[in-house]
Design a protein around this ligand. Structure first.
Ligand SMILES: [Mn+2]
Length: 496
């Protein structure tokens, strides 16, 4: 029996996307595709197929029309190792391949923002990245990822960098970026996101906002940019410095006042005119659907500098049906935020976890088995407090459609546990339905009007029946055998 909460081992800092590819190869989780592949749908289809079938990460080395460019598809969705689906995420964060996903969550939660941050160090460029003579976004490969998308997407998993007007907070963030023409892109953000918050600050001071978009950065930066695991006013670069116990290396951008991860493969620099917006989308997205009429007005990025290394390695995510990088990386971060606010509220919560298969819309909250004594509450009242706390204090709760609350004998990362709990512990008719709460969803579950007004329903499944008056005992290996029997038999069975 392995203890999923084993002590931390030394972290292995992979400092470039190239080092990450080598590490994936070590774990037999990288497949190389040398045949020519077109940016128009073929690349997206290949990555989508690999994600939907848990294949190794796909490394496309022959992109039609872009000699020298390579694409990694499947940077950090589920791995091809059935016993360790979170291996890629763990590896990207410098953790052992076999790290249990709840241990990854606990490690991120254990970072102390008062003592554990280490600021990045500015180093000279050693990657060979050079400034292009002319700014032409058609020099950079930009894939059309799904049939029906509103355009091709230069960025789906690169790191968007922005700084507050007072310079006190530099945020790294993942957002979708569609190419408009040779010098302009769209930038998708909402004001509950860190990038959106910073944009609002620039809007308040009435100045245009500089950005740098770094593509093909070191894997931990990609994962952390996409997780929102660092709270507002905490720099992702400083978080990662503390995480690895050494400062992250960054280099100065060419025309904007930003630094970028030192091994970035391609960097776009520019500015956003705060009042300017253009139609963007549609785009196949993380809920798993492409909504043809989902075209909204988004920000415009004016690109004024492009730099690239001689043979760039980029990454892409044709978002859609789980599990792709949107579901692992993003849901890890949402799990971090939800768990943090529920624990901070003094609730008897062990974890909030979003199974990636739930497409960001389904959270499982586990409570300790002594919840009745610890919070002097009946099940329905506790479930209500959990929902209210998430709605009030965790902005990412806006994308949830349903929450399941269960005792912590359920492993929320194991779908067998989750489906068993849903079927056997949620009394039909007991669901708590909150009809009007803040919503920010790209999901077709919600009506166009609900998506527009930003308000809609949330359902919470009360799975605490095991703690009801007629208490039942889960008939499981863990719970209906004495420790001595488990120790003896557990070894014998594992040895098979
Ligand atoms: Mn942030």
């Amino acid at each position: 029996m392995t203890d999923r909460f084993e002590a931390p081992r030394e972290r292995r800092h992979l400092k470039s996307i190239g080092e990450y590819l080598d590490a994936l190869t070590e774990h037999d989780d990288l497949a190389r595709v040398d045949a020519p592949v077109d940016l128009n749908l073929e690349l997206g289809a290949g990555v989508r197929y690999a994600c939907e079938n848990n294949l190794p990460a796909q490394y496309f080395t022959n992109i039609t029309g872009f000699p020298g460019y390579r694409f990694l598809g499947g940077l950090a969705p589920y791995s091809s190792d059935a016993r360790h689906r979170w291996g890629r995420v763990a590896l990207a964060l410098g953790l052992p391949w076999d790290t249990h996903p709840l241990t990854i969550l606990d490690r991120v939660l254990a970072v102390d923002f008062d003592t554990d941050l280490i600021a990045p160090v500015v180093v000279p460029d050693r990657s060979g990245r050079t400034l292009h003579d002319t700014v032409d976004l058609y020099d950079i490969p930009s894939p059309m990822l799904h049939e029906g998308d509103g355009g091709d997407y230069l960025n789906t998993i690169g790191t968007m960098i922005a700084t507050t007007p007072d310079g006190s907070w530099t945020n790294w963030h993942v957002c979708r970026v569609m190419r408009l023409d040779a010098q302009r892109v769209t930038i998708w953000t909402r004001n509950y996101q860190h990038f959106g918050m910073i944009y609002e600050m620039w809007k308040d001071v009435g100045k245009s906002m500089e950005f740098a978009l770094a593509l093909g950065v070191e894997p931990a930066a990609t994962v952390l940019s996409g997780t929102r695991g660092a709270p507002e006013y905490v720099d992702e670069a400083a978080f990662l410095g503390g995480w690895f116990g050494e400062p992250l290396e960054v280099t100065r951008a060419h025309v904007v006042n930003h630094c970028v991860p030192a091994t970035a493969q391609v960097v776009l620099e520019g500015h956003i005119n705060i009042e300017e917006r253009v139609p963007e989308g549609p785009f196949g997205e993380y809920p798993g659907y492409l909504i043809p009429d989902a075209i909204e007005l988004e920000l415009v990025g004016h690109v004024t500098a492009i730099s690239s290394v001689p043979e760039p390695i980029l990454a892409t995510v044709p978002a859609g049906k789980p599990v792709d990088d949107d579901h692992t990386i993003n849901q890890l971060g949402q799990s971090v935020n939800h768990t943090r606010v529920l624990r901070d509220a003094g609730l008897p919560v062990e974890h909030a976890w979003l199974p990636p298969e739930g497409a960001n819309q389904f959270a499982v909250v586990t409570v300790t088995r002594d919840w009745q004594a610890s919070c002097n509450s009946d099940a329905q009242a506790l479930v209500r407090r959990i929902a209210d706390t998430l709605i009030e204090h965790s902005p990412a709760a806006r994308v949830l459609a349903r929450i399941l609350v269960v005792e912590n004998d359920i492993d929320p990362t194991d779908l067998r546990d989750v489906v068993w709990a849903l079927a056997s512990r949620v009394r039909p008719g007991s669901d708590l339905v909150i009809t009007d709460r803040p919503l920010a969803s790209l999901s077709p579950l919600f009506t166009p009007r609900e998506r527009e007004t930003g308000h809609g329903p949330l359902v919470i499944h009360n799975g605490l029946i095991a703690g009801a008056a007629s208490r039942s005992v889960p008939a499981t290996f863990q719970q209906v055998y004495p420790e001595a029997v488990k120790a003896k038999i557990g070894k014998l069975v594992e040895a098979e």
